[in-house]
Ligand binder design. Sequence first.
Ligand SMILES: NC(=O)c1ccc[n+]([C@@H]2O[C@H](COP(=O)([O-])OP(=O)(O)OC[C@H]3O[C@@H](n4cnc5c(N)ncnc54)[C@H](O)[C@@H]3O)[C@@H](O)[C@H]2O)c1
Ligand SMILES: [Zn+2]
Ligand SMILES: [Zn+2]
Length: 343
Amino acid sequence: MKALVKTSEAIGFEYKDVDVPKIGPKDVLVKIMGTTICGSDIHAYHSSPNIMKMFQLPIVVGHETCGEVVKVGQYVTSIKKGDLISPEPHIFCGECYYCQNGAALNCLNMGLLGHTIGGAFAEYMAVPAHVCWKHPPGISYELGAIHEPIGVGVHSIMSGPINGKSVAVFGCGPIGMFALGAARVFGATKMFGIEVAPKRIAMARQLFPDATIINPREQDPVKIIMDATGGFGVDVSIELSGSADATRLCFDVLKREGRVSLVGVPPGPIEFNFHPNIILKEATVRGVFGREVWQTWWQLRAMLDTGRFDPLPIITHRFPLAEYEKAFKLAQSGEAGKVLLIP
Ligand SMILES: NC(=O)c1ccc[n+]([C@@H]2O[C@H](COP(=O)([O-])OP(=O)(O)OC[C@H]3O[C@@H](n4cnc5c(N)ncnc54)[C@H](O)[C@@H]3O)[C@@H](O)[C@H]2O)c1
Ligand SMILES: [Zn+2]
Ligand SMILES: [Zn+2]
């Protein structure tokens, strides 16, 4: 089969023939229908040192995916041939201390799809049945493919109370927009989105007429947010840009006793003043990593079931897998939403 493989520390991937993966007795073989490009795939393309540490080379990359099960191992009972699934790419063991305490996202033996376990920019992928999320009938595979990043947006919003709260989302990339959608559905009162890329500002304004979208290069987000919240600031800030400036702004616009959920990954250490921002404000700071298994996936399904937020328009471009170079260039340009590759 054809697959996108990270073969060495060199920049880029190889599009090449590899064997269809073999399945064990507890695995399923999935025929991939589409896989979207994640920020971490872009880091992998550029061989960023932090990401390279996580790889077991050579490896088929890609993890935001959806496909049809075509074969199941002999002990698999939960999934059958023909099911449409998306994997939870944080492949938890189900047996360690954290897994046994309802915190599989902190699994001590975590495998990472497309990093340590062969991934989804390929025609087929083998995954353990216990990490498969089965989609209900009638769902499109494109919506299935973005369940994983939507889950990050949902988890960031739901990592503290949101109902009846005002919220500012920093970074309106795909995950920031998924977070705004989740904030709407789960009951945020006022919503603000902060973004610097003109195409994404336009997209966020179109998809979220119920939010105030602010360009911090042209407007003062602190003044706008303070004016709109009676001088108090927002109850919740969600950092989804990975920018140090935005991380500091999350606290500048925060109400006393508010919550900041940090999700975006900064390029390195950042300078930050704890005293005024956290101590004096009695702020709560949450780290957010991936999705809660399986709570976030159920929340995501409940969100979609309301019909009050359609995440599909956030996929803006589709390419055949063979044209991955073009797709990766576009995905990092700030000119697109999610970019889907079809094997
Ligand atoms: N913690 C996790 O589990 C997890 C999972 C997935 C992604 N992430 C991280 O979440 C972030 C968002 O993911 P994404 O796929 O939407 O990424 P993205 O890079 O597509 O989006 C980030 C957006 O932030 C904007 N931005 C940059 N500087 C800004 C600033 N100063 N103010 C406001 N906006 C600014 C960019 O223009 C971009 O649109 C990334 O940092 C990603 O690495 C974290
Ligand atoms: Zn991802
Ligand atoms: Zn575990």
